[in-house]
Design a protein around this ligand. Structure first.
Ligand code: PAJ
Length: 274
């Protein structure tokens, strides 16, 4: 595996791999099994695999965890090597940003509802860096997790809107054995908080079960989920269609249940696609 830090090194790859499929997995590091499942999928489906690790400052809001975001470059690079990654792109901030830049603005509904309410501008910064990375790597396939459903949907929209030549692959959520969705932020949870955090995936599972028994009323489903999560600080429980528009009745095959909650000082998100 080669570690790359400059744009020039990355651009040279394009000439070298013109006729090969490039699979790309963008990350912010602190790699866990969720990331690894994306990398494995990329490895299976492409000739060349590029992973990026870049804690993107423009997607963090004032007061968020940019400074404390877990950084584990050495361990991450070992993981990538074990997963047979060909190139690890780990640029400096000054390589990716020049100061006063042309900005990308996320659209109103998908960019400024749910996650976008508590984190206004987060998706603008996320799209900005993903566009830069896609342009630099020019992958055939780029891999993103359903865990960040709104992010994934916005990236797909950006690819459509800007006619980008890349196939976006949607990857399933990887969970701990007890159901907690894997996240780089789970390390912030204390023992007790981790137990409380389980109510998020439990409530989603319960809702899926209720839907399976014929309950399609979103208000009923949301109320029972709120009861299960009564120990944590729920930010939102929402049921939407795949365009992130709120719905009143579950439409099988076109619905999502999304949760964000604060557990202690840690903000967690999770969802299921129905
Ligand atoms: P990061 O949080 O590091 O996540 C990188 C990728 O891993 C994302 O596509 C995310 O959805 C996926 N992922 C995280 N946890 C997962 C899980 N439990 N199961 C499956 N996939 C999971 O998302 C970002 O970084 C950044 O916003 C980025 C896209 C890299 C832009 O900066």
């Amino acid at each position: 595996m080669e570690i790359i830090q400059t744009v020039q090194q990355l651009q040279q790859l394009q000439n070298r791999f013109k006729k090969l499929n490039i699979g790309f997995v963008p990350t912010m590091g602190a790699l866990h099994d969720g990331h690894i499942s994306l990398i494995k999928q990329a490895r299976e489906q492409n000739d060349v695999v590029v992973v990026s690790i870049f804690v993107n400052p423009t997607q963090f809001l004032e007061g968020e965890d940019l400074e404390t975001y877990p950084k584990k470059m050495e361990a991450d690079s070992k993981i990538c090597e074990l997963c047979n990654v060909d190139y690890l792109f780990a640029p400096e901030i000054s390589t990716m940003y020049s100061g006063d830049e042309v900005l990308i603005k996320a659209p109103n509904i998908r960019g400024y509802t749910l996650e976008g309410v508590k984190r206004p501008g987060h998706f603008d910064g996320m799209l900005q860096i993903v566009l830069k990375l896609l342009n630099l790597v020019q992958p055939t396939n780029a891999y993103f997790g359903k865990k960040d459903a709104q992010q994934l949907s916005l990236i797909k929209l950006m690819v459509d809107n800007f006619f980008l030549n890349v196939n976006i692959v949607e990857c399933e959520i990887v969970r701990e054995e007890d159901g907690l969705a894997m996240s780089s932020r789970n390390v912030y949870l204390s023992k007790d908080e981790r137990i409380d955090a389980l109510s998020i995936s439990k409530s989603l599972k319960y809702a899926a079960k209720q839907i399976g028994s014929g309950e399609l009323d979103c208000e009923v489903l949301i109320n029972s989920m709120r009861e299960i999560m009564n120990k944590i600080d729920i930010e939102y429980v929402a049921i939407t269609n795949r365009k992130f528009e709120k719905i009143e009745k579950i439409e099988l095959g076109n619905s999502m249940i999304l949760v964000a909650a604060q557990v202690g000082t840690t903000r967690l998100i999770d969802n299921i696609w129905i």
